[in-house]
Ligand binder design. Structure first.
Ligand SMILES: [Zn+2]
Length: 406
């Protein structure tokens, strides 16, 4: 049985003194990161020798044994190794890019404190321990900090916590836990389903009996978009470096977070619904072209601030297809549903008639598929059906096309 790892994020609710301790930890790991980086650079300068991860761990152990003398925080040893590993990974990435001939390989840099995100733990029970309760909110024990209240819920019960990261983001503390699940039980269905998405709807699906469904774009997007447009406009008018500017930037960051959470939730729900009824799912491969569809699509409905709105659409909507595909794919795999990716270039789902196979280009403004053969459908439903036909091997061969009606 394959094991499945999922990240679950909890929000920490530290008391004032715990907040201080968390800050001390962040400062400690930030210093450790930059010290380890400087150690590597200095050692190379003086001895032309590159320190390895395990050597840095040994050096750190020596420091740890004299920590009182050096006035160092008595932080969890494994979590320090995680930070040292991050330095090591930064160098590995640099050398790999260099080898690939990337001239702008970017030497690992010292991190300013504002950009230092947090620290991690390797083993559950070593420096951290989760205490989750059913229904009620739980808590996490963090060494040097204490027992901190948390909020958040794993999507699947019965996960075993493995590793964790404490992250500081927009003034909040988050705990991201990697949970291991022996297997996630999902029930699949019996239907063959073709999927497509576009501007007018979030998702269009059609099953092998020809029933189709269109899922509307989530409403939270239009609400958030208005607020975001306003915040961005306000921000542009305020002088940088002022308190007001900082406040607006913070509000904007919070809004981004909120949208991300809502999007995650929405995508989970919609993909789970499909997986429940499907035995086969067929969809288009994502290309740059259909990724930017939604932004361009606003062109047929000119309004105020089209450019800004298009930019926001790109930001808000365009991550949706990619995320939806990813979620659908892993859920299909977990359930044992057949997963088919249709080659867009070859099949051209948006230009092909699902009934007779005739290919005819549509402009982005054309939201309806209307074919001389009598096929009348919403555009996205038609391409969803082409995707399904291809997967089911029913694609009408070019030679079988009926004669065009003049
Ligand atoms: Zn047709």
């Amino acid at each position: 049985m394959t094991k499945i790892i999922r990240k679950v994020t909890y929000k920490l609710y530290p008391s004032d003194s715990q907040e201080e301790s968390l800050m001390d930890m962040l400062i400690h790991h930030h210093q450790l990161y930059n010290w380890a980086l400087r150690d590597r650079i200095e050692t190379y300068r003086q001895f032309h020798y590159g320190l390895s991860f395990s050597e840095q761990c040994k050096i750190n152990t020596l420091w740890r044994s004299n920590r009182k003398q050096h006035r160092l925080l008595n932080a969890n040893a494994q979590s320090e190794q995680v930070t040292l590993k991050r330095v090591s990974l930064a160098f590995e990435g640099f050398f790999r890019r260099l080898e690939q001939g990337d001239r702008k390989a970017g030497f690992p840099r010292f991190k300013p404190f504002q950009r230092f995100k947090g620290w991690g733990y390797k083993t559950h029970g070593d420096g951290w321990k989760l205490h989750l309760k059913e229904k009620k909110h739980g808590a996490v024990y963090l060494a040097n900090v204490g027992i901190v209240k948390i909020r958040g819920k794993a999507r699947n019960e019965g996960g075993i916590p493995k590793t964790a990261e404490v992250i500081r983001k927009n003034g909040e503390w988050l705990l991201s836990v990697s949970m291991e699940y022996p297997s996630i039980e999902r029930k699949s269905g019996t239907k063959g389903i073709g999927v497509d998405w576009g501007v007018s709807h979030y998702l269009s699906t059609v099953d092998h009996d020809g029933h189709f469904e269109q899922v509307a774009n989530p409403r939270y997007l239009s609400q958030s978009r208005e607020r975001m447009t306003k915040l961005q406009r306000d921000l542009a008018l305020v002088r940088k470096g002022t308190r007001h500017h900082r406040k607006l930037k913070y509000q904007l960051a919070k809004l981004h977070q909120k949208i991300a959470r809502q999007r995650l939730d929405f995508t989970h729900k919609e993909t789970a619904k499909l997986v429940k009824i499907a035995a086969l799912i067929s969809t288009e491969k994502l290309t740059v072209k259909n990724m930017t569809r939604s932004a361009k699509g606003t062109a047929d409905k000119h309004g105020k601030m089209v450019k800004q709105k298009a930019g926001l659409n790109r930001e808000i909507l365009n991550t949706a297809p990619a995320m939806t595909i990813n979620f659908l794919k892993y859920k299909a795999e977990e359930t044992g549903i057949e997963w088919v990716m249709v080659p867009t270039q070859k099949v051209k789902p948006s230009q092909t008639c699902p009934d007779c196979g005739v290919k005819k280009k549509k402009t982005l403004a054309e939201r309806w598929h209307s074919c001389p053969c009598g096929c009348e459908k919403p555009r996205d439903v038609a391409s969803a059906q082409v995707n399904l036909n291809w997967a089911l091997g029913l694609a009408v061969k070019a030679g079988n096309q009926p004669e065009k009606v003049a």
